[in-house]
Design a protein around this ligand. Structure first.
Ligand code: GLY
Length: 370
C-alpha cells in the first residue's frame, strides 16, 4: 500500500492507494467515527460492481450502513440530486460527528462532497473514487460542487475529505475508453510539472494501460503526490493550483462544442487540450517545436485521443471555439488565462496569449481534420 499526505494544517488527510481497499474501508474508517454507522452515496453502475464488497467490509468491521443510490451520469451533478442527497442525509439523521462516504467517480465525489460541505455547515466525508480520473484528480484537493445551467462546476465549495481510498482493483471494471480518459489527467501531471514522471510514463504507459496493477498504483501515487503538493501550496487556487488546469481552457471549449456528450469525455478533452496548449506554447516560441510532438507521441502510444481529428462528427469553426473559451472560469477581467509551457514538466499561468495565435493553432488543428 502507498500513502500520500495532503498537508493542510488541521484539514490534513491521507490518500491511501493499493489493492483490496474497498473491503478494508470499514476497518480504516472505524477509528474515525464515534457511532459505528456510515451513510454511503453512490450511483447505480458503481453500486452494481462494488457496493457489496464495501458493505461486507463494513459489516466485518462492525459498522452498519445505509445507502443512497443515484442515477449514473453528469446530469446527477445538479440541484435536484443535491437536494435529494441532503434531505436523505437529514432523514438519516447524520450528525456533525458522522462521516458520509462517496463511492463513485467524479460526479458522485463532487456532489457528495458538496452535500457534506453544506449539511449542518459541514460534516466529514470520505472519498472512495472508482474511476481513474477521480483517483488522480477529482477526489483529491477538496473541490466539490454541481453544474449550473450556465456552465459546469459553477456552484460549489472547497471542502476537504477526511480520507481518500483509491483501490486499484476497482479500475478493472472501467471500460477501456474510461480508463484512457483518466490517463488524460495522468499525462497532464507529467506535462505540467514533472519531466521525470513524463519519462516514466513514456517507459511504462502502455503496460499500465494494458493492466499492470503495480504500475497503475505507482501512476496514481505519483499523480496524487503532485496534486497534494500543489494543493498544500495553494488550496483555493490563488496561484499555482491553476497549473492543474493545463489543457482545460481548450478542453472546456471542446466539451461545450460537443455538448458535453459521449463524443468527448472530459479526460479525452484534457489530453487533446494539453497537446493544443503545448502547440500554442511552441507557436509563441515559449517551448521547443519538439515538445508538442513528444507529448502527442506519448498520448498516441497509450491509445489516447490526441488531436481534433480524434473527435467524431462536426466541430464549429475556430472563431466559435475561441468564443467558447471565453466562458471559461479562468477568465479574469475579460482576459483568458492559459497554462503555457517552457518545456515538458515546466509550465506557468499567463494572460499574455494573443487571441490571434490561439485562433491560428485552432485553425491548423481543424484543417488537419479535413
Ligand atoms: N481539477 C483541478 C483542481 O482540482 O484544481
Amino acid at each position: 500500500m502507498k500513502t500520500v499526505d495532503v498537508h493542510l494544517g488541521e484539514r490534513s488527510y491521507q490518500i491511501e492507494i493499493g489493492r483490496g481497499l474497498l473491503h478494508e474501508a470499514g476497518a480504516k474508517i472505524a477509528p474515525m467515527i464515534r457511532r459505528q454507522r456510515l451513510v454511503v452515496v453512490t450511483e447505480e453502475t458503481v453500486a452494481g460492481h462494488h457496493l457489496a464488497t464495501l458493505v461486507n467490509g463494513f459489516n466485518a468491521a462492525g459498522i452498519t450502513s445505509e445507502v443512497l443510490i443515484l442515477p449514473p451520469g453528469e446530469a446527477t451533478k445538479s440541484w435536484g440530486p443535491l437536494m435529494q442527497t441532503v434531505e436523505w442525509l437529514l432523514d438519516e439523521k447524520v450528525e456533525r460527528g458522522d462521516i458520509v462516504v462517496a463511492l463513485g467517480g467524479g460526479v458522485i465525489g463532487d456532489l457528495v462532497g458538496f452535500a457534506a460541505a453544506i449539511l449542518r455547515r459541514g460534516v466529514r466525508f470520505v472519498q472512495i473514487p472508482t474511476s481513474l480520473l477521480a483517483q488522480v484528480d477529482s477526489s483529491v484537493g477538496g473541490k466539490t460542487g454541481i453544474n449550473a445551467p450556465h456552465g459546469k462546476n459553477l456552484i460549489g465549495a472547497f471542502h476537504q475529505p477526511s480520507l481518500v481510498l483509491a483501490d486499484i482493483d476497482v479500475l478493472d471494471t472501467l471500460t477501456g475508453r474510461d480508463f484512457l480518459a483518466g490517463m488524460g489527467e495522468v499525462v497532464k501531471y507529467g506535462a505540467l510539472g514533472d519531466f521525470a514522471f513524463f519519462e516514466w510514463l513514456e517507459k511504462n504507459g502502455e503496460a499500465l494501460v494494458a493492466g499492470d496493477k503495480d504500475l497503475r498504483a505507482e501512476a496514481v501515487r505519483w499523480s496524487c503526490q503532485m496534486k497534494a503538493d500543489i494543493v498544500a501550496r495553494d488550496e483555493t487556487e490563488q496561484g499555482d493550483r491553476a497549473l492543474l488546469n493545463l489543457g482545460h481552457t481548450f478542453c472546456h471549449a471542446l466539451e461545450a462544442a460537443t455538448e458535453y456528450s459521449d463524443r468527448l469525455l472530459h479526460g479525452e478533452g484534457v489530453a487533446i487540450g494539453c497537446a493544443l496548449a503545448f502547440e500554442t506554447s511552441a507557436k509563441l516560441g515559449l517551448c521547443s517545436q519538439e515538445d508538442p510532438s513528444r507529448l502527442r507521441a506519448l498520448l498516441r502510444a497509450n491509445g489516447q485521443k490526441t488531436d481534433l481529428s480524434d473527435i467524431e462528427g462536426d466541430l464549429p469553426d475556430a472563431e466559435t471555439l475561441l468564443a467558447l473559451m471565453g466562458q471559461d472560469k479562468k477568465v479574469v477581467d475579460g482576459k483568458l488565462r492559459f497554462i503555457m509551457a517552457r518545456e515538458i514538466g515546466q509550465t506557468f499561468v499567463t494572460a499574455d496569449v494573443p487571441a490571434q495565435d490561439v485562433l491560428s493553432v485552432l485553425k491548423e488543428a481543424l484543417k488537419a481534420r479535413s
